[in-house]
Design a protein around this ligand. Structure first.
Ligand code: FCB
Length: 500
């Protein structure tokens, strides 16, 4: 049976909802439904308005670093099509929009006075959102470090922390009157471990000791930015977005259990513990003892800065991860796992852990396993181990093999199923006590997926790259219905699943 989604007009949704009341799954009043993007992934216009060069400009223009040599030079042309995209957000009906500010648009060299043209653009973003009744959620750093700061050493250098604090204060003073929700960093794990550990992301450095130092300086920059934002905008709600995931062991063999523990230490606790409890996990301090400069960059008082109280914890969740000890790959395969052929290794090499996946399990186009229950598991864990901090799901979504049909529509039942399943997982965690207050789909539109270039599509809106025409997908209409109803409606008759 083909997939069908009932196409109600938005006006009909209210009536439909009362007719289907018994089957609709409601969200709490005021639940912050949103959509997310990031500057380098959507804006383009990289040499317009006095913008400086970022590490992603340099990296994407280096041969062999991105699929097809794709760059963010034009991306979705969002910089020039801002009004059109704001109208799309209004049509989507989201209550909030998470976007990031491009540091090199504000400070082209990473230091010094603000570039007025850069600030103007984000003023237009924020004013345009507010005029449409949409809450702006501003991320200060979504990976686009000004290249001149990388030339001076980048995140492994302590000086970058002061530069970031200065930048945070500049943006907060300029936009604080109209922006109430602030995210300091997006996924510092990726900045540190893909940027300086595996080298799969900009600036493309492969050095474990530097990845540890970058981790610490990113976290310290976060803490300093919290302070800078609060002094400019006392009423601001401030958080950080961490990419977190449950780490499982392929078998119960003690070596696999230990490999999973190390991986959890690196992926989750290395960030959660300092930010929420003011200390680094002892097993990680020990593990990285021999990696210079590593934790030798930590100074007295740093952890107090890093653990300044937050108003919310942002979580970006996509997929669970299973690992085997690297000497036990064969046993993992006997136990029913396969070794994925993902181009980007999300497990750092120093952990001696191999990422494995269940055979014939549902996966997205990223090759990531689809398991909404793992999100509930993650939220339950956070609730148990790091209580008292409200949570925003600041990213969740799926890359699918979308295409434009002959009738001009983009039908994406797998994405709808993915989003529906994960929203149900959020509700389940809430029932168990987790204080999740909002959910942002990654992403509003297809965009530059970092090292994967334009080869992966995560959007609710299709981008026709040759013309930059926008086509809302079926998932866009589905999400619009969900947001307007503030409930999951039983409108999805999805029979198609992810390919195994
Ligand atoms: C996250 C990033 C985001 C996007 C999604 C798919 O790691 O924060 O920019 O690339 O993955």
């Amino acid at each position: 049976m083909p997939f069908r989604i009932r196409r109600h007009s938005y006006a009909e949704v209210g009536a439909t909802l009362s007719a289907l009341d018994s089957n609709a799954v409601p969200f709490p009043k005021g639940f912050l439904f949103g959509a997310a993007t990031a500057a380098y992934q959507v804006e383009g216009s990289v040499d317009v308005g006095g913008r400086g060069v970022s590490i992603w400009d340099t990296f994407s223009h280096t041969s062999g670093k991105t699929v097809n040599g794709d760059t963010g030079d034009i991306a979705c042309d969002h910089f020039l099509r801002l009004e059109e995209d704001l109208d799309l957000l209004a049509e989507l009906g989201v209550r909030a929009y998470r976007f990031s500010v491009s540091w090199p648009r504000i400070q082209p060299t990473g230091k010094g006075p603000a570039n007025p043209e850069g600030l103007d653009f984000y003023r237009r973003v924020v004013d345009g959102l507010r005029a449409r009744g949409i809450v702006p959620v501003l991320t200060l750093y979504h990976w686009d470090l000004p290249q001149p700061l990388q030339d001076e050493g980048g995140w492994p250098q302590r000086d970058t922390v002061s530069r970031f604090a200065e930048y945070a204060g500049t943006v907060a003073r300029a936009l604080g009157g109209t922006v109430g929700r602030w995210i300091t960093l997006n996924e510092p794990w990726c900045s540190a471990w893909l940027g300086y550990g595996s080298g799969h992301h900009a600036p493309g450095i492969r050095d474990i000791g530097k990845a540890v130092a970058a981790t610490h300086h990113l976290l310290l920059a976060h803490g300093e930015a919290v302070q800078a934002i609060r002094s400019a905008v006392p009423a601001a709600e401030v958080g950080i977005s961490l990419n977190l995931t449950p780490i499982r062991h392929a078998t119960d063999h003690e070596d696999d259990v230990a490999a999973a523990r190390r991986t959890d230490g690196n992926a989750n606790r290395l960030f959660l513990d300092p930010v929420l409890t003011g200390s680094y996990p002892p097993d990680m301090l020990e593990h990285y003892q021999g990696s210079a400069p590593g934790f030798a960059v930590v100074r007295d008082g740093d952890l107090e800065v890093i653990s300044r109280p937050l108003d919310f914890l942002g979580i970006n969740y996509y997929t669970p991860q299973t690992v085997a000890d690297e000497a036990r790959t064969a046993q993992a395969m006997v136990a029913g796992y396969c070794v994925p052929t993902a181009e980007i290794d999300l497990i750092s090499s120093d952990l001696h852990a191999v990422p494995v996946q269940r055979q014939a399990f549902r996966r997205t186009e990223m090759g990531w396993e689809v398991e909404p229950a793992a999100l509930t598991e993650l939220l339950d864990r956070l609730h148990q181990e790091y209580p008292h901090v409200p949570i925003l799901l600041t990213e969740n979504g799926a890359a699918c093999a979308d295409y434009v049909g002959q009738d001009g529509s983009v039908q994406d039942p797998e994405r709808i199923r993915y989003l529906d399943g994960h929203l149900r997982a959020v509700l389940q965690a809430r029932e168990a006590g987790s204080d999740v207050r909002g959910y942002f789909v990654w992403s509003l539109m297809d965009n530059f997926e970092w090292a994967y270039g334009y080869s992966k599509r995560f959007g609710l809106v299709w981008i026709d790259y040759p013309t930059r025409t926008r086509i809302p997908k079926d998932s866009f209409r589905w999400y619009a219905q969900t947001v307007r109803a503030n409930a999951l409606l039983p409108t999805v008759e999805a029979t198609a699943g992810f390919r195994a």
